[in-house]
Design a binder for this molecule. Structure first.
Ligand code: HEC
Length: 117
């Protein structure tokens, strides 16, 4: 959180986005304040959220709950069934703690705009 705030501050001071990206791997930015949320795509955003928060348990031959979240098709299927967003929104996934509101809003947007790839 603190790191994200610092990053944002640096951005505001005019430092290039690249200097932020060169830091250690971080969870994807929540696509909210100051960032364009008009097109949330699977490849551009959703996949990174999945990679960071979900696929450690939801990939491979024996995924938790029988749910794989490591490809567009699998994520879209889960999202269309309704479980995918529901379990994130009610805070049961990821088990480590509920995602922040901006991330959730961005994922919701992806659903509402028809799962752009
Ligand atoms: C630490 C392991 C772990 C992580 C990380 C994790 N899950 Fe899960 N997930 C589970 C387990 C275990 C189950 C099956 C038992 C259950 O439903 O609680 C499950 C079940 C599910 C289900 C099926 C729920 C249902 O009601 O049938 C969905 C959908 C799901 N997870 C989505 C996600 C999403 C999306 C993320 C990332 C935001 C995520 N999970 C991260 C372990 C994990």
């Amino acid at each position: 959180m603190l790191r994200a705030a610092t990053c944002l501050q640096l951005l505001m001071m005019g430092t290039s986005l690249l200097s932020c990206k060169r830091e250690k791997p971080q969870p994807p930015h929540s696509a909210c304040p100051g960032l364009d949320t008009t097109t949330i795509t699977y490849n551009g955003y959703v996949a990174q959220v999945m990679r960071w928060h979900c696929i450690s348990c939801h990939s491979g031959t024996n995924p938790s709950g029988g749910v794989r979240l490591d490809s567009y098709q699998e994520v879209r299927r889960s999202a269309e069934q309704g479980d995918w967003y529901r379990v994130m929104q009610n805070g049961s996934m990821p088990p480590s703690g509920k995602l922040d509101d901006c991330t959730l809003a961005s994922l919701k947007k992806w659903i509402d705009t028809g799962y752009p790839q």
